[in-house]
Design a binder for this molecule. Structure first.
Ligand code: NAD
Length: 248
């Protein structure tokens, strides 16, 4: 399958987890992929090698998305590699933290919003000049934006903000031929997920889903690649649940 051949893609947080799987899926479909990472240069280079070994094109790009100037820097680095055309942005990088209302600190709250909301907002802003007709932006939201799960107050609010941005960006950018969507995973077995680390957590996750297994990053990446492709040309402004039929 080479539905994305000739296309260029940036995937943030692509050194591991859902981002890594998305980068590999986009490259597998023929796209040139810019593999963004925060600190894990080795892991990002391993993703780049894997893509190149399979005959694809990839480069690794670093930026700490908690830093206010990171989107500007990353967009500048992207342009230095792909020139004046980026077709696909997967704004995947994110952090999570659970805390009681009384225990939530200003620092944690600000960091969650900086990485999960501010960075993707300004990344879209900075990349707009090179996201042209047929461009596809895919955010990674979460089902917790619309359901109460434990003490994820601030994290869930960042994902609610993403769902709102999807609608506003889609309305604003449709006339330029740019589609904006999000995937909203349920529990996925990655470093981030607490649910998948204990038997009790896994059982709780399975109890919430119609499909009785724990999702892996590839279960999400296929939908990301679909949204990036022309097959999804009539989908914009939507957050698509990819959650194995979660009851949440
Ligand atoms: P993960 O922790 O494996 O990956 C997170 C990625 O974001 C990593 O590559 C990390 O380096 C990057 N990142 C974090 N902070 C960064 C920073 N300051 N600068 C640059 N990069 C940074 O977790 P994951 O599950 O693959 O998470 C990917 C996305 O999926 C996140 O947006 C997360 O909120 C979302 N999500 C995950 C789940 C789940 O159950 N795992 C469910 C719903 C949504």
């Amino acid at each position: 399958m080479s539905t994305l051949s000739g296309k260029t893609a940036l995937v943030t947080g692509a050194s591991r987890g859902i981002g890594r799987a998305s980068a590999l899926a986009l490259a597998g479909a023929g796209a040139q992929v810019l593999v963004h990472y925060g600190r894990a240069a080795n892991e990002a280079e391993a993703v780049v090698s894997e893509i190149r070994k399979a005959g694809g094109r990839a480069e690794a790009l670093a930026a700490d998305l908690a830093a206010p100037d990171a989107p500007h820097k990353l967009a500048r680095d992207v342009r230095a590699i792909v020139g004046e055309r980026l077709d696909i942005l997967v704004a995947n990088a994110g952090i999570s933290k659970a805390a009681k209302i009384e225990d939530t600190t200003l620092e944690d709250f600000d960091r969650l919003f900086a990485v999960n909301v501010r960075a993707p907002f300004f990344l879209v802003q900075q990349l707009l000049p090179i996201l042209g007709q047929g461009g596809s932006v895919i955010f990674v939201s979460s089902v917790v934006a619309r359901a109460v799960v434990g003490q994820l107050y601030a994290y869930a609010a960042t994902k609610g903000a993403i769902d709102t941005l999807v609608k506003y960006f889609a309305a604003a950018l449709g006339e330029r031929g740019i589609r904006i969507n999000a995937v909203a995973p349920g529990v996925v077995d990655t470093d981030m997920s607490n649910f998948t680390k204990t038997e009790a957590g896994r059982n709780a996750a399975l109890g919430m889903q119609a499909l009785k297994r724990i999702a892996g990053p590839n279960d999400i990446a296929g939908v990301v690649a679909f949204l990036a492709s022309d097959e999804a040309r009539w989908i914009t402004g939507d957050t698509i649940r990819v959650d194995g039929g979660s009851k949440l």
